[in-house]
Design a protein around this ligand. Structure first.
Ligand code: ADP
Ligand code: ASP
Ligand code: MG
Length: 411
């Protein structure tokens, strides 16, 4: 008999009818003899609705109070699912994060899970119950409700699977697995049978929101077998694995990720002296702003230009800080651009193949898409381009790296 943790996302519990369907599915699984712990998200749109309400009171809602409110979305769905199971004769019980005791740090709105008490869940399972746990939420050591960041129910699922040493963590969603890129943008995207933790981590951190980054980190760290599946269609889904199979068939690129959440800042005519990068980025990090890509040009006439990207939400703050720095260090000018996007190709195959980056640049050049910034690591190449070319770039790269699914008959 196996122990399975199943997580159902917002659209999968978006209506009462869907919750009933989820209950049917869980019931069938349980009839197969497995122990089931279910994690659910809020109904789709609910978390956004709650955040909008808070924003009507204040632009920057107090983080502690925001958590008290947004955590209610998941409290509704756990109760509805438990009711739907009980109605079907399946013994079930629901718990909030606090009731299980999913202990987190106190970083409201982006808390990290520190520890999970598995006592209550284990005794319920032993008594034959399905345990339904609220995703996205926990409690800190002082008893404050915390939440884990957008998409955080994935992390609740994986963390519970790790704590319970579950046989598998199944992430049920509105696509039937992890694709070569977001199938909403590229209809020819292909489902992957397998992807390594390492690649999935890059894809998630470069913008593929199918799994929250921390859930992949957790799964890799505790070696939790993780699978992404469609909630209401049969199929094998995508397994996230440790092993990198050496096979001739292995494509060089596994996937393409993209992100519209960044903005670019440039400071020009900076006196090129030792410590200049620190003078520019020190105040940015002191303002608690995370920097992603950084480019410093080769000095010319003893001055240099420096460009970096930040999250779009931090753009106005970063601009103010940078203007202040420019005055202090005597730089010529500061400029910024929020209409950018980052496109990345990801694949462990890059380790053993040369020329991957140039193939990427060639594909973009063919579409006359200008590359503004480039950054590379062992298994990814990212470029910043103008936002309006994002879809075109992703499609062109998908074709250039031979990821397109073969056209179906009649298409
Ligand atoms: P849930 O509410 O179930 O957590 P999400 O909306 O968070 O669902 O994640 C599923 C969505 O992720 C899909 O509908 C799809 O548009 C998007 N997505 C982005 N990149 C990928 C990818 N590489 N493979 C599959 N889905 C992706
Ligand atoms: N309900 C939360 C969100 O919308 C958490 C989740 O769905 O994973 O971000
Ligand atoms: Mg999600």
């Amino acid at each position: 008999m196996a122990l399975i943790v199943q997580k159902f996302g917002g659209t999968s519990v978006g209506t009462v009818e869907r919750i009933e369907q989820v209950a049917e599915k869980v019931k069938k699984f349980r009839e197969g003899g497995d122990d089931i712990v279910v994690v659910v998200s809020a109904m789709s749109g609910e978390t956004n609705r709650l955040i909008d309400l808070a924003k009507q009171i204040s632009d920057k809602p107090v983080p502690r109070e925001l958590d008290v409110m947004v955590s209610t979305g998941e409290q509704v769905t756990i109760a509805l699912l438990a009711m739907a199971l009980i109605k079907r004769g399946v013994p079930a019980v629901s718990y909030t994060g606090n009731q299980v005791r999913i202990l987190t740090d106190s970083a409201h709105n982006k808390a990290r899970i520190l520890q999970i008490d598995d006592q209550k869940i284990r005794s319920d399972l032993k008594a034959g119950r399905v345990v339904v746990v609220a995703g996205f939420q926990g409690v800190d050591e002082h008893g404050n409700i915390t939440t884990l960041g957008r998409g955080g129910s994935d992390t609740t699922g994986v963390a519970l699977a790790a704590a319970l040493k579950a046989d598998e963590c199944q992430i049920y969603t509105d696509v039937d697995g992890v694709y070569t890129t977001d199938p909403r943008v590229v209809p020819q995207a292909k489902r992957l049978d397998k992807i390594t933790f390492e690649e999935m981590l890059e894809m998630a951190s470069l913008g593929s929101k199918v799994l929250q980054i921390r859930s992949v980190e957790f799964a890799g760290k505790y070696n939790v077998p993780l699978r992404v599946l469609h909630s209401f269609q049969e199929g094998p889904g995508t397994l996230i694995t440790l092993d990198e199979e050496e096979s001739m068939e292995q494509p060089i690129i596994s996937g393409i990720a993209f992100n519209r959440d960044e903005a670019k800042l440039t400071i020009r005519g900076v006196p090129d002296t030792p410590g200049v990068a620190f003078k520019i980025l020190g105040p940015i990090s002191a303002a608690n702003i995370e920097v992603d890509m950084i480019v410093q040009n080769v000095a010319h006439d003893n001055t240099t230009d420096f460009t970096f990207t930040v999250h779009r939400n931090d753009y106005q703050n970063a601009l103010q800080v940078l203007e202040q720095t420019a005055r202090e260090i005597g730089a010529r000018e500061v400029s910024g651009d929020t209409k950018i996007a980052k496109v990345s190709i990801v694949g462990v195959g890059m380790r053993s193949h040369a020329g991957v980056a140039s193939r990427m640049f060639e594909a973009l050049a063919k579409e006359t898409i200008n590359i503004q910034m480039i950054s590379t690591s062992e298994i990814k190449v990212s470029v910043v381009i103008e936002e309006k070319y994002l879809e075109l770039a992703v499609r062109a790269l998908h074709t250039a790296f031979e990821l397109d699914a073969p056209a179906r008959q009649g298409e």
